[in-house]
Design a protein. Structure first.
Lengths: 185, 345
C-alpha cells in the first residue's frame, strides 16, 4: 500500500480501515482473553494480539459482515495461538492437541460474552480492599513479578500470592453473581 | 478424550493461578495439564481465570486499581518511597508516625518532580506495544548555515540532504524498531525511507529501491552524517533520557484538540560529550504513555540540519500490516539495489 495521507487519516477517506478499526477495538479484549487462555503468558498474548490485528486486516476483504466480527477473528486467533505454542521449546502447561482444541472451544464461548464479563468486572472492582488494589496495581500495572512485589514489600512470595489469589477469587465470584442476576451485586 | 465430572476444587484454582502468575513448577504444570485434559469444568474454570487475568491487565492500564484516579498520575510525581504495600506489623508505630508526617507534607511532596523515571518507564512500555503512531515533523529552528563543512561528506548527502527537508515530513512508527519517514522534496517527488526492523530501505520518486540489512542504515544519516537520528531510534533515545539526562516535570499548555490531560517531562543532557540533543521534551498522555509531542532542542548538527524540531502526533490509526516493508511503497517491478553507502539521496 503506498504511503499516502489516507493511510493514516483516522476518518473519512478510508471507510474500510475505519470500519476495521472500530470492529477490532471493540473486540480486542475478547481476543486478548482468548489468546491468554491458550498461551498462558500475558506478554505473549499482548504480542499475539498485535499480530492478530495484522492478519485480520490482511483478510478483512474476505470478512462476511453477516457474521459477528469476534467469531470471525477467533478463528485466526486460534491458529495464531497454536502456531505460537508449536514454536515454544518449553511450555509451563504442556497440553496435547485435543486438550488444546477443547480449551479453545471453551475460551471461544467465554470470549463471545467478553463484553458482559468485562462490564460485570467493572462493578466488582469496588469490592476490592485497598491492599488488594495496591498488589494488583504492582502486578498488573507495573508488571512486577510476584517475587519482586514480595521483595519490595518485605513479605514472602506466598503472602503476596495469597493476596492476588483472594482478589481473583473475590472478583470471579462477584462476576458470576453479577452475570447471573440483573442487578450488580 | 475421557471426560471427568469432577467438580473444580480450590486446589485447581490454586494450580491455575500459579500457572497464570508464572509460579507453577514443572510438576504443577503437568498436573494442571492433566486436569484440563480430563474435565470440561476444569477448562471452563481455567478460561474464567485467564479471561479475568486479561481483564485485570487492561483495567490496570486504565488506572482501575488506583485508589483515586485523579491521584493516579499525580502519584508518579511524588518522590520514590518505600512501596505502598509494605506492611510490617513489627513497625506499625513507625508506620503510623510516618503516615502523620506524610500527611502533613503531602501537598508539598506532590509538587516535587522526583519520580520521572517511573513515567518514562510508562512511555517506553507504550512504545514497545507496537501500536502505530504517525507524527508530523516541524522544524522549530533551522539553525545557522554551516560554512566549511566536509565537502566530501556534503557531496555524499546529495542535492537534497534529508535534514534540509524535514519540515512537514511525516514519520510513522510501529513499536520501537519500525519506522517510515516521508519527505516531500523541492523537485516534486517524495523520498520515503524506512525500516521493518530487519531491513532499512530508501526510495526517491520513481528511482530504484535501496535496501540494507542494517535496520538503521538509511535512518542514521537523516540528521547528521555520523550521528544517530533521535526520532528514529526513539527507544534508544528514551533509554538515554533515563541515564544521561536530568529529568524534570513541566506542565504543557492545555490543547483543546487533545482531550487527554498531557504531562510533560523535560530532559537536559548532563554533558555535551554524551552526544544527542541538548534537551528533549516529551508531552505524553499519562493514561496510556502515548507521546503526543516530542521536542528535540540542540540537535547534533554535523554537516547541518535543524537545531530544533518537534514531532506532533497526527494519528494513531492502524496502518496496513505491511506498511513498514518497502514493497508497500512501490510497484512490484521496481528495481531493488542492496546499498552500501551511508546516506539516502
Amino acid at each position: 500500500m503506498p504511503a499516502t495521507e489516507s493511510n493514516i487519516r483516522p476518518q473519512g477517506d478510508n471507510p474500510s480501515q475505519l470500519e476495521f478499526t472500530r470492529l477490532y477495538v471493540a473486540s480486542q479484549a475478547a481476543f486478548h482473553g482468548f489468546l491468554l487462555t491458550l498461551v498462558h503468558d500475558r506478554h505473549a498474548a499482548d504480542d499475539l494480539v498485535q499480530e492478530l490485528a495484522c492478519r485480520l486486516w490482511l483478510k478483512f476483504g474476505d470478512y462476511d459482515r453477516s457474521r459477528p466480527f469476534v467469531a470471525w477473528g477467533l478463528g485466526f486467533a486460534r491458529l495464531l495461538a497454536f502456531e505460537w505454542r508449536r514454536l515454544q521449546t518449553r511450555l509451563p502447561v504442556p497440553l496435547d492437541e485435543s486438550t488444546l482444541q477443547a480449551l479453545a472451544e471453551v475460551a471461544a464461548e467465554r470470549s463471545m460474552a467478553s463484553d458482559e464479563r468485562h462490564e460485570a468486572l467493572g462493578h466488582c472492582l469496588q469490592h476490592l480492599t485497598d491492599h488488594q488494589r495496591q498488589v494488583l496495581q504492582a502486578r498488573y500495572y507495573r508488571d512486577q513479578a510476584v517475587a519482586e512485589i514480595a521483595w519490595q514489600a518485605q513479605r514472602t512470595e506466598m503472602a503476596v500470592y495469597k493476596v492476588l489469589k483472594r482478589a481473583h477469587q473475590l472478583l470471579l465470584d462477584c462476576m458470576r453473581k453479577s452475570l447471573a442476576s440483573p442487578t450488580p451485586p | 478424550m475421557k471426560e471427568s465430572s469432577t467438580e473444580p476444587s480450590a486446589e485447581l484454582d490454586d494450580l491455575i493461578l500459579r500457572a497464570l502468575h508464572g509460579l507453577a513448577n514443572e510438576a504443577e504444570g503437568a498436573a494442571l495439564a492433566s486436569r484440563l485434559a480430563a474435565s470440561r469444568a476444569a477448562r471452563e474454570l481455567f478460561a474464567d481465570h485467564a479471561m479475568l487475568h486479561g481483564f485485570l491487565a487492561t483495567e490496570a492500564q486504565a488506572g482501575g486499581f488506583a485508589l483515586d484516579r485523579e491521584a493516579f498520575f499525580a502519584a508518579l510525581e511524588t518522590p520514590p518511597t518505600a512501596p505502598n504495600i509494605v506492611r510490617t506489623r513489627r513497625w506499625w508505630w513507625l508506620s503510623a508516625a510516618a503516615a502523620i508526617v506524610v500527611g502533613l507534607l503531602s501537598l508539598t511532596l506532590l509538587l516535587l518532580p522526583n519520580n520521572a523515571a517511573a513515567a518514562l518507564d510508562q512511555v517506553i512500555t507504550a512504545l514497545d506495544r507496537s501500536l502505530d503512531c504517525s507524527y508530523v515533523i516541524r522544524v522549530l529552528d533551522p539553525g545557522t548555515a554551516r560554512q566549511g563543512g566536509n565537502p566530501l561528506e556534503q557531496a555524499d548527502r546529495g542535492r537534497f540532504p534529508p535534514a534540509a527537508f524535514l519540515d512537514g515530513a511525516r514519520l510513522h512508527l510501529r513499536g520501537s524498531s519500525q519506522y517510515v519517514l516521508e519527505q516531500a522534496l523541492p523537485d516534486g517527488v517524495t523520498r520515503t525511507l524506512g525500516s521493518d526492523g530487519q531491513t532499512s530501505w530508501s526510495i526517491r520518486g520513481d528511482g530504484p529501491v535501496r535496501t540494507s540489512s542494517d535496520p538503521y542504515h538509511f535512518g542514521a544519516g537523516v540528521l547528521a552524517g555520523r550521528q544517530s537520528t533521535p526520532f528514529l531510534e526513539l527507544r534508544t533515545r528514551l533509554e538515554d533520557l533515563r541515564h544521561f539526562y536530568q529529568l524534570e516535570w513541566f506542565t504543557p499548555p492545555a490543547d483543546p484538540a487533545t482531550p487527554a490531560r498531557l504531562k510533560g517531562l523535560r530532559g537536559s543532557r548532563h554533558s555535551a560529550a554524551q552526544g544527542g540533543p541538548r534537551e528533549i521534551e516529551l508531552w505524553f498522555d499519562p493514561a496510556t504513555g502515548q507521546i503526543h509531542r516530542m521536542l528535540l532542542n540542540g540537535l547534533p548538527r554535523g554537516t547541518g540540519g535543524p537545531a530544533s524540531i518537534a514531532l506532533e502526533l497526527a494519528s494513531t490509526a492502524p496502518l496496513s500490516p505491511d506498511f513498514f516493508h518497502h514493497q508497500a511503497h512501490h510497484e512490484p517491478s521496481r528495481r531493488v539495489e542492496a546499498e552500501t553507502t551511508t546516506h539516502p539521496r
